[in-house]
Design a protein around this ligand. Sequence first.
Ligand code: APR
Ligand code: PHB
Length: 391
Amino acid sequence: MRTQVAIVGAGPAGLLLSHLLHLRGISSVVLEARGRDYVQKRVRAGVLEQGTVDTLVAAGAGERLLGEGMVHHGIELRFGGQGHRIAFERLVPGRAITVYGQQEVVKDLIAARLAAGGQILFGVSDVAPEGFDTPHPEVSFTRDTKRHTLHCDYIAGCDGFHGVCRDAIPAGVLKYFDREYPFGWIGVLAAVAPSTQELIYASNERGFALHSMRSPELSRFYLQVAADEDIAAWSDERIWAELRARLETVPGWQLSTGPVLEKGVTAMRSFVAEPMQFGRLFLAGDAAHIVPPTGAKGLNLAAFDVTILTEALAAWYSGGDRTLLDRYSAACLRRVWRVQQFSWWMTTLLHTFEHSDPYDRRLQQSYLDYVCGSDAASTSLAENYVGLGPP
Ligand code: APR
Ligand code: PHB
């Protein structure tokens, strides 16, 4: 088997890269460990920056997104018994976010790839990227008990945080930067109409809570819990009681409840691997960096990486110019670190830290007040949240 770019992983990064390359006349094969059904049903984040929406629409994978995605022009920060709206239309005119589930993006991209004759091999195992420090890289893998080799010009490691590509790079080449948070999130999907028009980020002594949504009939919630929390300890009743305690803190505001469709614990972590390239292997998305979900940036950052990689590969294939390929890592990392700082900051601002002393808590309250009371501070939050423009 031979292709121009071998892509490991059919998450948003791998699928979008494959489709963007196809639109530039560059062939690729996507190798995915899981089945199609599994990747399409995996519930993940759901906030798209305008730039991500534009990229998906321009790639021809945005029809359902434009029809079903919910465009939001603000978010609410709720604390101290009050809601404070961060008004995008006033602070960052013309810019908004679209609420649309990541698994819907994945479904749309798979459909777009297959309609264009794209090759996605689901359910492969023992994927091994090799020879990427030579002009002839290859990826070997097992499919239907047989071993295969995919020869290629470049390998894109889009296999997420737990993938194999990053670890295939020789020891000592990459530098790692990370931070673990002393808490996790329980994520809940419920069959109930959202109790709010816009997302609510609630800072509360009992811990952070987030009210998000997927559609007029589906709500998505998150609760700050211990990092090693056992989901079995969280009955649906307990989840609703805790969401009420953390969200019903504004006079007259009530939370509607309904059947819980799915719940699970997510770890909170910040992580960056530098550089995002070695020889002919390029890392993109969660394979290279992770952010805590408080800033809603993971998927958007993955989309940004593969847009940069597409431009770089297109310049190489069309005229043999490798300048952009050489600059790939630096171009991505600039954005990666902006988003790292923003996601860390939102997390620190809104969560309860068990060991924080009264002084830390007063600082946090003061910063929350400042962010909501000053246009300079809320504009900073707003412009990072809706997404900074192209590099
Ligand atoms: N071989 C083949 N595929 C693999 C392997 C492997 N060894 N390891 C992992 N994969 C697949 C996973 O099953 C998954 O489908 O790679 C894919 C990686 O997808 P994501 O984890 O969704 O990562 P990415 O595409 O970078 O998207 C980033 O996803 O995790 C969220 O919050 C994150 O929204 C962000 C987005
Ligand atoms: C979500 O809807 O899943 C979501 C929204 C905002 C976040 C994180 C997750 O910050």
